[in-house]
Design a binder for this molecule. Sequence first.
Ligand SMILES: Nc1ncnc2c1ncn2[C@@H]1O[C@H](COP(=O)(O)OP(=O)(O)O)[C@@H](O)[C@H]1O
Ligand SMILES: [Mg+2]
Length: 268
Amino acid sequence: MNSNNRLLEVRNLKKWFGVERGIFKRSVSNIKAVDGVSFHINKGEILGLVGESGSGKTTIGKMLVGLLNPTQGTILFKDRDVSTMKRSRLGLKLQIIFQNPFSSLNPKLSVGTIIGEAVRLNNRTGDNKHAQENVMQATKRLLQTVGLPGHVVNDYPHQFSGGQRQRIGIARALAMDPELIIADEPVSSLDISIQAQILNLLSDLKDKYGLSYLLITHDLNVVRHVCERVMVMRNGKIVEEGVTSSVYNNPEHPYTEKLLSSIPELPL
Ligand SMILES: Nc1ncnc2c1ncn2[C@@H]1O[C@H](COP(=O)(O)OP(=O)(O)O)[C@@H](O)[C@H]1O
Ligand SMILES: [Mg+2]
């Protein structure tokens, strides 16, 4: 792989959270949530990030999209240091999808409004009648892209199932025309059969729009069939990284082995 193929590069990334301890909260100790992590994501790649709950996965995702500032380290997006990029510009290129789409979708807004806002933000359209009509058309197209009928623009988040809500979350992310999507436990709250549908959708969208993903999950079955490469995280550090099939078949780190032995075998 030459370096032109590199979309994101992370060098020695750290995030320490200060936590007050003791009855009088006089002492502050640090939780090293992310403790010196380096990796890269190539264009068109789905990179998996797995590890137990609390290992630091979400903290990495939040730093990548600018929701948290790193304690130390560098994040390069297409060779540019993201700390020098405007948050709004970065937000268009990197989108994050969370585990629970319900909490991130405003229950008071219709689906058309939720996605339409993102379309407007990205296209900087005005508010005249013609522009409104264009936004509505684009919103319906996005819904169809994620497998929902256009007429649901008038419905509200509570009217949808978990899987459908995740589709809405994905449509909203797509409205920004992103190049990299951080998918943080995107299927963890869904039934197994629905999980497969959403993972297939993400994979189809990758091909259709030339997207790349960082797929974060505690569930090794999720990365198994979707990710070319996988990183295993434990206590803020990446303990193993490699081509998914080799990591699965010949885990080098005892922790990876432990994670693998604790998952039930799923039929292919
Ligand atoms: N805002 C915060 N303040 C203090 N500690 C935090 C904060 N966010 C996360 N942590 C801690 O950082 C560690 C990693 O958390 P997280 O990145 O959410 O892990 P994961 O996504 O792998 O479950 C955990 O010990 C968590 O309690
Ligand atoms: Mg998490």
